[in-house]
Design a protein around this ligand. Structure first.
Ligand SMILES: [Fe+2]
Length: 299
């Protein structure tokens, strides 16, 4: 297993300032003031230079998912495996790598058309993370767990089997849970396959078996206390940010969370208490419900 974590996301947003406002004033992320000649804005949640790159775009949604490798060697081995399997890789230029604060990266599409950026050697920002709302911290790993990435993302994967094989056989993620939740009458058959990287977070990336207009079903960020989830709910309500799932707890990663709709049609889960897994002693699960309680969805 060579993918250390999902390190960053690139979001295309018509009005990047609206997303920065949402990220800082609702979620409690910190804006990283980085100059960018393409007009992007950046959000930090820890010592990574950014976890979200918010770029001006007419077509809104997730534009790329950054997968972090532990070393150039492990990155190269994965690139070689993808090339041998017939996937096209585009090498990032030195300027593009500098913009992402990485030593090197390639771009490539998974079999469902999701753009990935595989990278190694991120330059960290050692100036302290300071949430503008006083959020004590986001759960992205510590000295015991190692880097666990920004959180998790659920990607549309209409070519489900092929895409799953791509992530498990070539990219090197492992399956943690295979969920087929009950759906209301007339809703499409839904299956979500949750996958983990080489860190204890129960899932870092998941595949949804249908297309999605935002290029992502939802993204999740995690805080360190239940009170911070409650405070975020209060902020969302006060700012009239649409709450699209009430407070609830998921069965597979145990996340206690609620969901809001962020600018650009991007659903964001805000949670606490996510399961940390010892993968040597884990058995993949198959779930037929998504929630232990709560999470009344209202899309
Ligand atoms: Fe989630």
């Amino acid at each position: 297993m060579s993918v250390a974590s999902v390190g960053y996301l690139r979001l295309g947003i018509a009005d990047p300032s609206a997303w920065i406002e949402f990220g800082t004033n609702i979620l409690g992320l910190m804006e990283a003031p980085r100059p960018d000649d393409q007009g992007a804005r950046f959000l930090r949640m820890d010592d990574h230079p950014f976890r979200f790159m918010v770029e001006p775009a007419e077509k809104e949604g997730l534009t790329a998912t950054g997968l972090e490798f532990r070393s150039k060697d492990e990155w190269q081995a994965t690139c070689d495996a993808l090339t041998a399997a017939g996937f096209e890789l585009t090498a990032g230029s030195a300027d593009e790598a500098a913009r992402r604060c990485v030593s090197g990266f390639v771009s490539t599409e998974d079999p469902s058309g999701n753009l990935l950026e595989l990278y190694y050697g991120r330059a960290l920002d050692y100036t302290p993370f300071n949430s503008p709302l006083g959020v004590s911290g986001f759960v992205t790993g510590n000295e015991l767990t190692g880097d666990m990435g920004f959180g998790h993302a659920v990607l549309p994967a209409p070519n489900t089997e092929e895409t799953l094989e791509y992530y498990t056989d070539l990219i090197g993620l492992g399956i943690s849970d295979d969920l087929t939740p009950p759906m209301p009458e007339g809703a499409p058959h839904t299956r979500i396959i949750f996958m983990h990287a080489d860190n204890p977070r129960q899932h870092s990336l998941a595949l949804y078996n249908n297309p999605h207009p935002a290029g992502v079903v939802h993204i999740m960020v995690e805080v360190e206390t239940m009170d911070e989830v409650g405070l975020a709910m209060d902020r969302a309500k006060a700012a009239d940010v649409p709450i699209i799932a009430s407070l609830g707890r998921h069965v597979n990663d145990n996340m206690c969370s609620f969901y809001v709709m962020a600018p650009g049609g991007i659903a964001v889960e805000f949670g606490y208490d996510g399961l940390l897994v010892d993968w040597d002693n884990y058995t993949q699960t198959t779930s037929t419900i998504g929630d232990l309680w709560g999470h009344e969805y209202n899309f």
